[in-house]
Design a protein around this ligand. Structure first.
Ligand SMILES: [Zn+2]
Ligand SMILES: [Zn+2]
Length: 945
């Protein structure tokens, strides 16, 4: 090694090396694995290629190289316990890998790892070891193939091949499925790096000490393992390799800790300047610094991938590591928020390779500081409480030891998990931090008990003080809230009352507030909050009609913030579980509290726009049946405030006339001011009466129907009859439209205002899609189009009515001008041609012309060819080109002597054909006309008899 590579350079040389060997560089996938619900975080480089190995996905490449972001804080791979305590563990790290998907195999993979480690990176050959697989159970063949390949590597010591069994050298994706032997590369760092030096221990590869370090694992996927234990060779064999990035950097930079590489230099510099502690002093008590460095880096990457601090699942992990870093900060004297300052050099160091860090810079710094401040509010009381519990525990322990000094009693020095959970639920003290503190005092916390308490709590959690659970199913959480509210008689047996039809405002007590997946007593300004009220008039998306939006306010006005006023902006709605309807939004002023009386108000203007589009959708559905036929049934729809979208069955594109007719029919129905009447009735009856129902939709026993009827038909009926039986009469009226529908509608069609079809196109095979606008949207469209038309008329210097004629006459004018231009060009060409005609070369008594005529078209070239034949009816040969075109002429007498026009084109390298006396073709390169004369002379010589 001539010079030490930086971390970024090491990553890049790895990628470049494999790209040179025809690998495709594949960027790291997010820490949040898409489409894999079984995994909390991406925990290996394999995650994004899993489907390729299982054969359920194909990629456009068969060789890949990547550096994958990885988190190991949960599940099978949980390194959190070791992070900080040693020099090699991280919650977040990078995994370098090269991959073959049924492409190369052991020979290439091993040779390349050897080349990269020794030639490119210059590691000493005599210090490297390779392990290969030998089954300790004796069922799977020994991997001699890999061992033999290793022994062939230049400079590799053959005695450095070592065999290990299933635990170390066999890889399985899962209990069954793809699997195969591994070959690991280890390095001997020398005696001085042996942490057990001088003691009795297994000192060697896969031994007990730190002298031998595994660098790189090459996995050769070659078998498929079946449930019955059968092992079959895979048709396509793969290579999957993994090399911990931080580890190889530490080896190449010659340092004894991942945290002493340049990757963490900026972070430690900042910590040094914040604490005033020198690097040497830091190394003496390195643990808190390692924890902070590791956790801040993880948090930055998590937040960049959208995982902000919270109370459930992944979000909990972000919260926990930030809080843990903050607590270790207090151990080295950092009490003010400092994590954002430590995150800056992380963004600096990694930003060029992971641009998401730079893009999310604001969010990273902001979330870190906010979470630190939140934690600071409770940490003191939380840890004080914990200290009390721990000293009680110690006292109990001492008493027990005195009375029974057998040593057995050490086991009681474990804090009850339920108590640890209370600390979290009350003070936001994560389990991991309680355990840290306990362990620092030689005690521990019962993790199982904590988990049990958390489970129990999430089941029992209702309103009031209860906390949400930390992970798992959302619906269960809300079902728990519902149960508690029903128990307190705050909600009836059907849960939240839902009525978006009669009143857009509803008043009631705030029953629950949920922030960060956790039920809270009150929310603060800026919180993303979910609100449960006893009843709501907000429509929940269904049947294509979108959610309502609006506001929830304290019954007191929002301007009286001081007096307890507050306001929440509702942006969406959801049915969180059966009987639970949740308003989702943000607190825009004040501090809403559970128990406050609130008024929930739908944004009426927006709702009105939605209703216009919904009623118009029904009118259009009916019009489509009239114009296209009964087959034009609804296949999907969207009813939004700004537009409506309607998919229907129809085998072909609608004609412009059909579109115009549908638009006209709907507008006539609007103008007719028809009545829109909703009615609940038994499903059987509605269907029997011919109400349009959606195929594949589930309907209950009682359905809601929307009827649109013509009042003009009412006039034809006896007045007395109407007065006597108004409902019965309505039933008898011919219906313009009759549908099963749960949406909100206008009372009269005239409220739609206007209806304009914006587009008609294909949505799927046999399904067409219409987009249209109504009311204010229609006006906006008309106004916009009209303005364009006015501008066009002004540009054309004419009136709007005259625009089409003016455009037509302009088009005629352009056509005339084009024709005139073509004539002019021909004339120009002819006159220059005339001078060439007089200036012709003679080859063996034959008049030969080879000429390039710029700016001509085929017609001009043909005219010129005719001119040539007129002047030379006998003994004449001509080759004319322009641009990429070529035309050749040979007089009849010469054709009889064996020369064809096509021969001339071929002689200069052109392509084409035609009759023997006149051929036409193309010339790939104008330069082929150089020396045309001699080429023509040559072909004449060959062909003419
Ligand atoms: Zn050792
Ligand atoms: Zn509808």
């Amino acid at each position: 090694m001539t010079k030490k590579l930086t971390g970024n350079e090491i990553r890049q040389t790895f990628i470049d090396f494999f790209v040179e060997h025809k690998h495709t560089f594949v960027p790291s996938m997010s820490l949040v694995p898409g489409g894999d619900a079984t995994l909390l975080f991406t925990n290996s480089g394999m995650v994004q290629f899993k489907d390729v190995f299982l054969g359920t996905d194909k990629r456009p490449y068969t060789r890949a190289v990547n550096s994958q972001k990885v988190m190991r804080v949960a599940g099978k791979h949980n390194d959190l316990d070791d992070v900080g305590r040693d020099d090699s563990h991280h919650t977040f790290f990078e995994m370098l890998g090269n991959w073959s998907f049924g492409d190369y195999y052991k020979k290439e993979a091993i040779a390349w790892s050897w080349q990269l480690l020794t030639d490119v990176w210059g590691l000493p050959k005599d210090k490297l070891y390779a392990t290969c697989f030998e089954d300790d159970k004796g069922n799977i063949p020994r991997d001699d193939e890999a061992a033999d390949i290793w022994k062939e590597q230049p400079g590799f010591d053959p005695s450095h091949v070592l065999f290990f069994g299933r635990k170390e050298n066999f890889w399985q994706m899962a209990e069954f499925g793809p699997c195969g032997p591994c070959s690991e590369i280890h390095i001997d760092l020398g005696e001085e790096r042996d942490n057990l030096r001088g003691t009795e221990h297994v000192c060697g590869v896969n031994g007990e000490c730190t002298r031998y370090l595994e660098l790189w694992n090459n996995v050769f996927i070659q078998y498929n393992l079946f449930e019955d234990g059968r092992l079959e060779p895979l048709p396509a064999r793969h290579v999957d390799t993994g090399m911990g990035f931080e580890r190889i950097v530490s080896v190449l930079q010659g340092v004894d800790s991942n945290y002493k590489t340049d990757l963490f230099k900026g972070v430690l510099d900042v910590l040094s300047s914040l604490t005033g502690v020198s690097r040497e002093e830091m190394y003496k008590d390195f643990t808190p610094y390692r924890v902070i460095a590791d956790h801040v880096r993880s948090a930055a990457f998590l937040i960049a991938d959208g995982v902000v601090p919270g109370n459930m699942g992944r979000n909990y992990v972000t919260r926990m590591i930030i809080r843990r870093a903050a607590r270790f900060g207090t151990k080295v004297g950092l009490h003010e928020p400092f994590l954002a300052k430590v995150a800056e050099p992380v963004i600096e160091e990694y930003g060029s390779f992971y641009p998401e860090l730079v893009k999310s810079r604001g969010a990273i710094l902001d979330n870190l500081t906010r979470e630190e401040i939140r934690f600071a509010r409770t940490i003191e009381s939380g840890t004080a409480h914990l200290e009390n519990l721990l000293s009680e525990l110690r006292a109990e322990n001492d008493r027990a030891e005195r009375s029974e000094p057998s040593g057995e009693s050490r086991r009681s020095a474990v804090l009850d998990g339920h108590r640890a959970f209370d600390l979290y639920a009350t003070y936001g003290l994560p389990f991991e931090i309680s355990r840290d503190i306990a362990r620092e005092q030689g005690l521990d916390v019962d993790e199982e008990g904590f988990k049990v308490a958390r489970e129990e709590h999430s089941l029992a959690s209702g309103g009031g003080k209860a906390m949400g659970k930390l992970g798992g199913e959302d619906a269960e959480f809300f079902a728990g809230i519902l149960k508690a509210l029903q128990k307190n008689k705050k909600l009836g047996e059907h849960g939240v009352e839902y009525d978006p039809y009669t009143s857009p405002t509803a008043t009631g007590e705030v029953l629950a507030l949920i922030v960060n997946g956790q039920s809270v007593d009150s929310a603060s300004f800026g919180d993303q909050v979910q609100v449960i009220l006893p009843r709501t008039g907000f429509y929940i998306e269904s049947g294509g009609q979108v959610d309502d939006t609006g506001y929830i306010r304290a019954e007191r006005s929002a301007s009286e913030v001081e007096a307890g006023g507050w306001e929440i902006e509702v942006t969406s709605m959801r049915r969180a579980s059966a009987g639970v309807i949740v308003h989702v939004g943000e607190v825009i002023s004040g501090q809403p509290k559970v128990g406050d009386v609130a008024v929930a108000e739908v944004d009426l203007q927006r709702r009105h726009d939605i209703m216009r589009n919904h009623t118009a959708t029904h009118l259009m559905h009916a019009a489509l049946h009239k114009v296209l036929g009964e087959h034009a049934r609804q296949a999907g729809s969207l009813v939004a405030p700004d537009r409506l979208r309607f998919d229907f069955n129809h085998p072909e594109a609608m004609t412009p006339e059909q579109i115009e007719r549908v638009e006209r029919l709907v507008n006539e129905a609007i103008a007719a001011d028809m009545e829109v009447v909703p009615k609940l009735k038994p499903r059987e009856d509605a269907i029997a009466e011919g109400a349009m129902a959606l195929f594949g939709e589930k309907y209950g026993e009682t359905v809601r129907t929307i009827t649109i009827t013509l009042p003009s038909d009412v006039a034809a009926l006896e007045v007395n009859e109407i007065i006597a039986h108004p409902a019965a009469v309505m039933e008898k009226l011919p219906k313009y439209s009759y549908e099963l529908c749960g949406g909100t509608h206008l009372e009269r069609t005239s409220d739609v205002g206007a209806f304009i079809i914006v587009s008609e196109g294909s949505a799927a095979a046999g399904v067409r899609r219409i987009e249209a606008v109504t009311g204010r949207g229609a006006y906006d469209l008309i106004a916009r189009r009209f303005k364009l038309l006015k501008q066009t008329a002004a540009a054309l210097k004419t009136s709007i009515e005259e625009v089409p004629f003016k455009v037509e006459s302009l088009q005629d004018e352009v056509a005339d001008l084009k024709k005139e231009l073509a004539n002019l060009r021909t004339e120009t060409a002819l006159s220059s041609f005339a001078s060439h005609l007089n200036n012709i070369q003679t080859v063996k008594d034959i008049s030969v012309m080879a000429l390039e005529i710029p700016n001509s078209n085929v017609d001009t070239l043909r005219t010129l060819a005719d001119k040539f034949r007129e002047k030379y009816p006998k003994n004449g040969v001509a080759l004319l080109t322009s641009g990429g075109m070529v035309i050749a002429v040979v007089t009849e007498d010469l054709v009889k002597r064996g020369l064809k026009a096509g021969d001339l084109i071929a002689s200069i390298g052109g392509r084409g054909g035609g009759r023997p006396n006149l051929a036409q073709g193309s010339l790939p390169d104008p330069a082929l006309m150089n020396d045309a004369m001699s080429k023509v002379a040559k072909v004449m010589e060959e062909k003419l008899k």
